[in-house]
Design a binder for this molecule. Sequence first.
Ligand code: ZN
Length: 259
Amino acid sequence: MTGNSIITSLSAAADIMLPRYCIVCGRRLYLREKFICIYCLADFPFTYNWNMPRNRMADRLNAMIQRWAEDIDEWRAFYRGRHERYAYAAALFMYRGDASYKNIPRRLKYHGDIAAGRFFGRILGARVAMSTHFKDADIVIPVPLYWKRRWDRGYNQAEIIAREVASACGAAMRTDILVRNRRTRSQTRLNIEEKEKNVRGAFSVRLAAELLPKAVHILLVDDVFTTGATTYACFLALRRYYGPETRISVVTLACVDNG
Ligand SMILES: [Zn+2]
């Protein structure tokens, strides 16, 4: 027997003893399927918005950024006539409300399935690394958890995805730059204004300015993008230190399509 056929036989034996199921629909997986069955893969709701500099997800984020950049006087001095560019944002897939594809981020966040997170993170990373809009990214920053939550969960789901994105782009992943200052309430039941208020000021840069790495293009990575309030709050924290010549974009596994 060759090495490969031994591995195949062992996998087949493991499948019989420990059957694996599709994360999305729950169907039992065949030997060559990984995490998701061919039917759910065929219907996979890719957004393709890594190829579209303007898309609905990015519009949601930019609406918040533009409102802030124009309205707040203290920032006029910071910008000194420079302007905020339209920020790029992309998700691997989108789902509406209760669609079963929401099981993918849930599996990583609540069931500790890090292997599944890496699997989908790699698919996202490959798309982002090929995109003309994202491929110059040099720093990847996962949206941080509050230290207590990270301690309880044992990992940060955004970091699992960010590591794959950074590796695909040949960028450095940095978890020492941004910090979440306080525990924020669960966002699930809040409306958009409440969400924005809930996370405003929740993040800050914890490295001294002289220790911050220079960056051309920073990718903020999270698991799910809903209103954009969380990544917007991270964006603001970074913008205090990185001028508008540094592009700050958002990349997530999923985007909830709520309209
Ligand atoms: Zn399936």
